[in-house]
Design a protein around this ligand. Structure first.
Ligand code: GDP
Length: 345
């Protein structure tokens, strides 16, 4: 269960008017955006309803950003890279950048590594950037919902780029892929991908592979890695959107290679918008989001109904004891569920 954010009490929620909140965040109020994000992160049912209203109001103003997923194993240099890249795009291209983090490990450890305040210190001070650390622990499904809603809110607030950062340990990458336009994977030149703990499936999802910590781009290991990864990407089946994944080298520390990454992003966006794949992909993602939200809500309903839970426990016993066939018991469960949804909790 998520902890209810102490900054956002019931009283505050009651005072929120979705129209006003969205108007404020559209005018560039960071405080309003933060409040809206806190609302979507809350699991309190009253907040959920309000959050849905806020997201609905923000929806017409969303969709204008490029949504970018960025991943890589801990230590690959994600925060350093984002810090440099953020400084680059906000200065050289006058873009506004929002950074959201997904940290599945916080669900277990309770301490969020991505929420660490010392990360991206400079970017946090940047007028054109907005950083939202990982929300409090929760299920991956819940986190995905929060992140999707947060993306829409950041877009309504006028951010041109929304970066969704995740720790590349394999749990949340598929979720992130299903909510972004572009997926970027940070790797190191010095270790094989096996050693880096990057699964093949994650590499296959990448639109851009960045060999990070390439402080010297002429370094032999860097050049070898670029060639090796290009060949590896070539072996994957072609992408439906006709995009051919690229490999670039960068150094977050030195701030080099950022222009090439930007150029790839810009080219991707341009190409995908013109060909219609960007909107088609988003439409598919929205449909998938609906299906997942429906499942999630059903699960929450199920968990909240004690009569159903009792019936379920009873049926489990009967199935275990071989007194009832599982298929038949499942049908009874559906009936029981329908009854308990119709009845008050
Ligand atoms: P994260 O865990 O992926 O966010 O990685 P960090 O950005 O925290 O970086 C991990 C370590 O690698 C830190 O000690 C950084 O100073 C170092 N580092 C990050 N980027 C670079 C880089 O481009 N070159 C070098 N040489 N070191 C880097």
């Amino acid at each position: 269960m998520d902890a209810i954010n102490p900054r956002f009490h019931k009283k505050t929620a009651a005072a929120v008017k979705p129209d006003e909140l969205v108007a404020e965040l559209r005018q560039g109020s960071r405080a309003a955006l933060s409040r809206a994000l806190t609302l979507v992160e809350s699991r309190l049912p009253a907040h959920r309803i309000l959050a849905e209203a806020v997201v609905e109001k923000a929806l017409p103003y969303s969709g204008h950003s490029l949504r970018i997923g960025i991943t890589g194993v801990p230590g690959v240099g994600k925060s350093t890279f984002i810090e440099s890249f953020g400084a680059y795009v906000t200065e050289a291209h006058q873009k506004r950048l929002a950074v959201l983090a997904i940290d599945p490990s916080s669900a277990r450890s309770r301490g969020s590594i991505l929420g660490d305040k010392t990360r991206m210190e400079k970017l946090a001070q940047n007028e054109r950037a907005f950083i939202r650390p990982s929300p409090a622990a929760g299920s991956l499904g819940g986190t995905a919902r929060k992140t999707r809603e947060s993306i829409l809110l950041c877009e309504a607030a006028g951010y041109d780029l929304v970066l969704v950062e995740t720790v590349g340990v394999g749990q949340s990458e598929t979720a992130v892929k299903s909510m972004v336009d572009f997926f970027m994977l940070l790797m190191l030149a010095t270790a094989g991908d096996e050693l880096q703990g990057i699964k093949r499936g994650i590499m296959e999802m990448a639109d851009l592979l960045v060999i990070n910590k390439a402080d010297d781009p002429e370094d032999r290991a860097v050049r070898l890695a670029i060639g090796e990864y290009k060949r590896a990407l070539h072996l994957f089946p072609p992408k439906e959107n006709e995009w051919i994944p690229e490999v670039k080298a960068a150094s977050g520390l030195q701030g080099t290679g950022l222009e090439a990454v930007w150029e790839t992003l810009a080219r991707f966006e341009n190409q995908q918008r013109i060909k219609g794949y960007l909107s088609e992909n988003r439409a598919q993602q929205a449909e998938q989001w609906l299906a997942q939200s429906f499942e999630q809500l059903l699960l929450e309903e199920v968990e909240a109904k004690s009569a159903f839970q009792e019936g379920y426990a009873q049926l489990k016993q009967e199935v275990r004891a071989g007194k009832k066939a599982p298929g038949r018991a499942a049908r009874e469960l559906v009936r029981l569920f329908a009854q308990s949804v119709a009845a008050p909790a």
